[in-house]
Design a protein around this ligand. Structure first.
Ligand code: FES
Length: 293
């Protein structure tokens, strides 16, 4: 079986759920303040924060591995290892926030990813301690072991993103199925005021649900699959969140600005796909922006 096949097995196995779920609840409790949660998810950035922050430990540790090969540069390698250890802390916190709101398969694989990262961090801390005591050879052995474990963990993280869709925009995936033509959503007067209504757009192989929100003569139309985990935004609510009228997902509470689609509250860090709208003889017409064609 391939390595990726083994990772898929881990994602399918409930063997460690009894351990994972209490940890998940503890993480959710520790990160309960919404502002902290949104910061760590990257909601303010419009992009998941975790993959941005992991550049610091990964870049520092890979560079340290190269510098350790050149004896005069080993003191610089020690500095980089310290920078990587320091950078691993915020990267881990951002990853933990995303993990606690992920699907079960991602949580299982994410637990393995976190365990491997913790092991790598421990090896690098051990390397720093050994170097501080003048035991440079041991410090280098521990650092290269840490680099190997961190590399394996990066492969797990990549599988979570590329194979399990962790952190990707599920609304962008749904949007790609839409045909980029004007869709007739029916008469404006048939749309309820101030709450989302389900309509469908013509897809390449099947109808694609969209959520239309009418406020007076204005209509905002979104792909109905929430960018976080494809929750049904047509079953959501319209609420004021941080000073903006938002469409709120019924699954985990992500709030998307009705005007822009940008997230105002997480866990989603990705914008919600919004269609352009025009009126034609009292009917609402909507079309996806051209970038998905
Ligand atoms: S599916 Fe999680 S917030 Fe929408």
């Amino acid at each position: 079986m391939s390595l990726m096949g083994i990772l898929d097995r881990v994602g399918d196995s409930p063997a460690f759920d009894k351990v994972i779920e209490p940890v998940r609840r503890a993480v959710q409790g520790a990160l309960r303040p919404q502002a902290v949660n949104d910061f760590l998810h990257g909601t303010w950035l419009g992009h998941p924060l975790h993959p941005v922050l992991v550049h610091v430990p990964v870049g520092s540790w890979v560079s340290a591995g190269l510098l350790d090969l050149i004896p005069p540069l080993r003191p610089a390698a020690t500095v980089l290892i310290g920078a990587g250890v320091a950078g691993a802390v915020p990267a881990s916190l951002a990853g933990a926030a995303d993990w606690a709101e992920a699907d079960i398969g991602v949580r299982r694989l994410g637990a393995l990813h976190a365990a491997a990262n913790t092991a790598a961090l421990g090896l690098y801390v051990g390397s720093l301690m050994a170097r501080g005591r003048g035991r440079g050879s041991l410090g280098r052995v521990l650092a290269y072991a840490g680099l190997g474990v961190a590399g394996g963990s990066a492969a797990i993280g990549g599988h979570m993103s590329y194979a399990q869709s962790a952190g990707v925009s599920h609304s962008a995936s749904a949007a790609r199925a839409l045909i980029p033509e004007w869709i007739d959503l029916g008469p404006l007067d048939d749309l309820p005021e101030g709450r989302p209504a389900l309509r469908t757009g013509r897809g390449r192989s099947a109808a694609v649900p969209v959520a239309a929100v009418r406020r007076g003569a204005r209509v905002d139309v979104f792909v109905a699959a929430c960018s976080h985990l494809a929750g049904p935004l047509d079953e959501g609510t319209v609420e004021d969140v941080r000073g903006a009228q938002c469409l709120v997902c019924p699954r985990h509470g992500s709030a998307f600005d009705l005007g822009t689609g940008q997230p105002r509250r997480g866990p989603s860090a990705n914008a919600q796909e919004k269609l352009e709208v025009r009126m034609e003889a009292g009917r609402v017409m909507a079309r996806l922006a051209g970038r998905h064609g």
